[in-house]
Write a protein that binds this ligand. Structure first.
Ligand code: C2E
Ligand code: CA
Ligand code: CA
Ligand code: CA
Length: 279
């Protein structure tokens, strides 16, 4: 039986919002939140513009605080990274995504690749691939249906250790996606050497492609480069039909964004999948 500690609850006043909580309270609240099952994953579909089908989903963490309500990751991921809580949280996220994949498989839903976001500290763990292998084995998930999203700046930090980490993750059967692409400084030679499967063009490059020709030129160049390297290229944060038209012209056929769907909880995503065709 979960005990909702009254003492800790008293630290929070609903209307004060998350920004008013001191770092110390926040850290403790997150720790307890993990123990009490206050976190969940929401899922946002990735869409193929040619076939008009769902080709995957990105898992995005949410925190349901008993007093404050729903807390978005921008409010707690940075502190989790600073304090190291990102390690147990990241582990929980991986476990939960694998558990959900198996549930959807058992419900007879079409298999989808689920993408999980990784933090730098998590990615730099010496035993990362062993940990992930164990999670996959314990959950019964299919590693070929699991993608790790790593940011461009993260993988460029220490390229030789990145390379060996990526190789062992690929050996497990996972796919690797380079997230927030365009915001870091990847050298093209590393892009070619890293065993990656996908580039996700950062939303900031997609926002104005329909009004700003320079932005369109940059997006188009990133798409062409990614495709020429044989990578999946995904545009993130697509909100408008005009953006979709341009992305199609650039041959960027994979998109994620509010235009199609916002992230939703597992039950809503399952309903969504029943209504929309899956590749
Ligand atoms: P991200 O990985 O770049 O994820 C995409 C973010 O853009 C998500 O915000 C998503 O809800 C939002 N988004 C998607 N489509 C649109 C759109 O059309 N318009 C707009 N305005 N936004 C859109 P979210 O869920 O708040 O996550 C924010 C960031 O928090 C993520 O950015 C990621 O860096 C981090 N994050 C989320 N979940 C996790 C996690 O489980 N682990 C780690 N380490 N980081 C996470
Ligand atoms: Ca991401
Ligand atoms: Ca992103
Ligand atoms: Ca982003």
């Amino acid at each position: 039986v979960k005990e909702h500690g009254r003492n800790s609850a008293r630290q929070f006043v609903p209307e004060m919002g998350v920004t008013a909580i001191s770092r110390l309270n926040m850290e403790g609240a997150m720790r307890r939140g993990l123990e009490r099952g206050e976190f969940s994953l929401h899922y946002q579909p990735k869409i193929d513009l040619v076939t008009h089908t769902v080709i995957g989903a990105e898992a995005l963490v949410r925190w349901h605080h008993p007093q404050i309500g729903l807390i978005q990751p921008v409010e707690f991921i940075p502190l989790a990274e600073e304090t190291g809580l990102i390690l147990p949280l990241g582990e929980w996220v991986l476990n939960e995504a694998c558990r959900q994949q198996v549930i959807w498989r058992n419900h007879g839903l079409p298999l989808l690749k689920i993408a999980v976001n990784m933090s730098s500290r998590q990615f730099r763990q010496d035993d990362l691939s062993e940990r992930i292998a164990r999670i996959i084995q314990d959950s019964g998930a299919d590693p070929h249906q699991l993608t790790l999203e790593l940011t461009e700046s993260m993988v460029m930090q220490d390229v030789s250790s990145t390379l060996s980490a990526l190789r062992s993750l690929k050996k497990l059967g996972l796919s690797i996606s380079l997230d927030d692409f365009g915001t870091g400084y990847s050298s093209l030679s590393y892009l070619r050497r890293f065993p990656i499967d996908e580039l996700k063009i950062d939303k900031s490059f997609i926002n104005d492609i329909h009004v700003n020709p320079d932005d369109a030129a940059i997006a188009s160049a990133i798409v062409a480069m990614g495709l020429s390297l044989g990578l999946n290229v995904v545009a993130e944060g697509v909100e408008k039909i005009e953006q979709i038209q341009l992305l199609k012209e650039m041959h960027c056929h994979q998109v994620q964004g509010y235009y199609f769907a916002k992230p939703m909880d597992a039950a809503a995503f399952e309903n969504y999948l029943i209504r929309y065709p899956v590749k």
